[in-house]
Design a protein around this ligand. Structure first.
Ligand code: CTP
Length: 474
């Protein structure tokens, strides 16, 4: 098979010519080839292997390109990178590598293309397409990667024990690719991952997080998380989630398995949002259930306060995985903290004031919170399923009504402290806060609309009750 016509980007011609000038053989390898054969469109990260110096080839390519783009050189790794017209080109010399027990960083020697292909992670990532003039576009597929693409199989070129032990990050990559491509992991590979899952601990948390984010962005992220659980990796990388596994039974009373429930919620939400932080919220929404779980004879299993506990745990989890401790984290925490609020409202008679308070507390996140709560309905009882969904529909309708009328999402007090001070001829005082809170509560309860005239009347009434005298009556 020749892929000449698939190499549509003119950059390949420039690379080919540059390699020819240097007397090197060179190939495009890895993910670009994989995605090309899978018809996933042209990947923007292109890996080029030179049988010679990758750095020299990159320099020559830059010289032959218009405007001579900058070549970023990573001397220690013997690699170089060029960013050109929206693609990232990475150049490396063909090499063989050997790894030590306690590190992912290999010692490297120059090698042939075959040796380079041997050291790669999966058969589907070990294919190369020639950029040499005489064989331009020809594929070199020593491990039948094309066959594994057809079989939808993740398999290592060498003995999987060696491939994963060389670089344990590949255990996560195997699972991530299985999840992204909806492939299965070959049995021996899966066994090897299971056997050495604890080696995941030598991987930096940043790398782990990158793979987790990629799994979370998949169409059906549960594929990845189920594999992480099955291989034992989850215990090391997300113990909070692993702790949700299992069903306890006391006196004939069971609770649901919160791990599998969580994965259902995650898949549900992934059908409705691409927002990876909302997906994180779905993944972590029940983590507080493990530490708060209790059984009492009277009420059975309870998880009191799991929302607060879970939102606190998010901080430690984000910190450990080197995730941003910024507004993204606060967003996830807030959604988890509020994750039971809509269901409580939807179970009862849905009142305006309850919805107004919900919108007030959720603010900007109200729609995402509703999406999370809808995804959280995993009951297999059709009657209950429809009932909850219908109730949430009503809550959503009421949110729109309440929003139009009372504008509580970005609540601004209709009466400022300054107006109160002027009305009663007061200096700064605790009573101002009391009046403001009273007005806010009255609006949320629906006693008065969010309207400055009505709020002013209420202010006068409350102030008088507090023993204040209206300024112009003094
Ligand atoms: N590779 C490897 N072992 C790793 C990482 C990468 O053998 N731990 C090899 C694979 O051949 C891979 C190539 O290096 O195809 C490029 O790696 P990378 O850019 O990380 O992945 P891609 O396969 O291009 O796919 P993606 O961008 O989706 O991660």
């Amino acid at each position: 098979m020749n892929y000449k016509n698939s190499l549509t980007n003119p950059i390949f011609g420039v690379i080919s010519k540059s390699a020819e000038e240097l007397g090197y053989d060179c190939y495009v390898v890895g993910g670009f080839v994989r995605d090309l054969i899978l018809n996933l469109g042209a990947k923007k990260d292109i890996d080029i292997v030179a049988v010679g110096s990758g750095i020299e080839l990159a320099k020559r390519v830059s010289k032959n390109l218009p405007n001579n783009p900058n070549v970023q050189i990573f001397k220690t790794y013997g690699t170089a990178m060029i960013k050109f017209e929206g693609v990232d080109l990475e150049f490396v010399g063909a090499r063989k590598e050997s790894y030590s027990e306690d590190s992912r960083n290999p010692s490297v020697e120059d090698g042939t293309l075959e040796e380079d292909q041997n050291r790669r992670d999966f058969t589907i990532n070990a294919m190369a397409i020639s950029l040499n003039i005489a064989s331009y576009g020809q594929i070199l597929d020593p491990f039948d990667g094309i066959k594994d693409l057809k079989l939808k199989c993740i398999k290592t070129p060498l003995d999987p024990t060696i491939t994963y032990s060389d670089d344990p990050l590949r255990m996560l990559r195997a699972i991530r690719f299985a999840s992204q491509l909806d492939f299965s992991i070959e049995t021996n590979s899966l066994k090897a991952i299971k056997n050495q899952s604890k080696r995941v601990q030598i991987i930096t948390n940043e790398r782990i997080n990158i793979e987790l984010q990629k799994i979370l962005k998949c169409k059906k992220p549960s594929i990845g998380f189920l594999l992480l659980e099955k291989t034992g990796l989850l215990d090391y990388i997300l113990p909070e989630l692993a702790a949700l596994k299992g069903v306890d039974e006391v006196e004939g009373q069971k609770h649901k398995d919160n791990f599998y429930h969580t994965l259902e919620v995650l898949d549900n939400i992934s059908k409705h949002t691409e927002n990876v932080w909302l997906r994180w919220a779905a993944l972590l929404h029940d983590i507080g259930k493990a530490p708060t779980k209790k059984f009492s004879k009277k009420v059975g299993w309870t998880f009191h306060g799991h929302e607060l506990e879970g939102s606190k745990m998010v901080y430690h989890l984000f910190k450990r995985l080197k995730m941003p401790l910024n507004e993204k984290m606060k967003y996830v925490q807030k959604l988890i903290f509020m994750s039971s609020r809509p269901i409580v409202i939807a179970q009862e008679n849905i009142t305006d004031s309850a919805v107004r308070r919900l919108v007030f507390d959720a603010g900007e996140q109200i729609q995402d919170l509703m999406t999370l709560c809808e995804a959280d309905i995993t009951t297999k009882n059709k009657y209950k399923f429809n009932k909850y969904h219908n109730n949430f529909k009503l809550v959503r309708e009421k949110i729109v009504e309440v929003e139009e009328r009372d504008r509580v999402r970005h609540f601004q007090p209709p009466i400022s402290g300054k107006i109160i001070m002027e009305a009663f001829g007061l200096g700064p005082s605790k009573k101002i806060g009391i009046i403001k809170e009273y007005i806010k509560e009255s609006i949320l309860e629906g006693i008065i609309p969010n309207d400055s005239e009505k709020a002013f009347e209420l202010m006068l009434k409350k102030g008088t009750e507090l023993g204040l005298t209206i300024a112009n009556e003094k």
